[in-house]
Design a binder for this molecule. Sequence first.
Ligand code: PGA
Length: 254
Amino acid sequence: MRPVPVWVGTSWKMNKGPAAAIETARALAAFTPPAGVQPFVIPPFTSLRDVCAILHDTPVLTGAQNTHWEDAGAWTGEISPAMVAECGAELVEIGHSERRAHFGETDWTVNLKVHAVLRHGMRPLVCIGDSAQEHDFGVTREVLARQIMIALHGVSPRKMAQVLVAYEPVWAIGVNGRAAEAGFVAEIHAHLRAVLVRIAGEEAGGNVPLLYGGSVTRDNARAYTRLDNIDGVFVGRAAWNVTDFVQLIRSVAP
Ligand code: PGA
């Protein structure tokens, strides 16, 4: 059973200052996505408020790339979930592998952030993924089960309806990455689905959208989304250009 719709989103990572972000958001606001597709964009914090305002009354959702777990306090350089919510964000990306690798994010801080995001009425987009080494040693399933079980620990079945999960193999992301085979992703998603059902029950666990990310392009996106176990794609480089993103969105229409 596929939870509808097909999700297709992009994080701009550390790209697009306010001027470029506003220009991109305005172009997206003028675009009508096909039925059955749920697009989203995740700008840097410096333009989060502007992009949220521009896309507010459109079908495109807006998210933040990260959040702290506390609402306020002596945390120099951090952005709180209350601030992100006040900007108008609907989603918050949590635990991307670049944050885990370079900024010390752990499964435990991911869990704190998931709860913070839910507390503020936003949807956490939890990123999980195996490293190349873990993949080579054949422990992908174990690694992902551990990541997801800690990330979602303590989330009630009711709140689980707000959660999205993105499987993003570290070996598939970025310029040196190679896109995972769609069949492999579908198998891994079936495993993740079973883990979700085990921790949240048939209904709540069965409905969490499972996205794939890692070297997705407008040419390969549909190979993923046409498979039953893959509820959407999460894209980096290939969606930063708005024309490419629009084509990618059209390509995954059911
Ligand atoms: P990529 O990034 O599409 O540029 O490989 C994916 C991601 O980091 O989510």
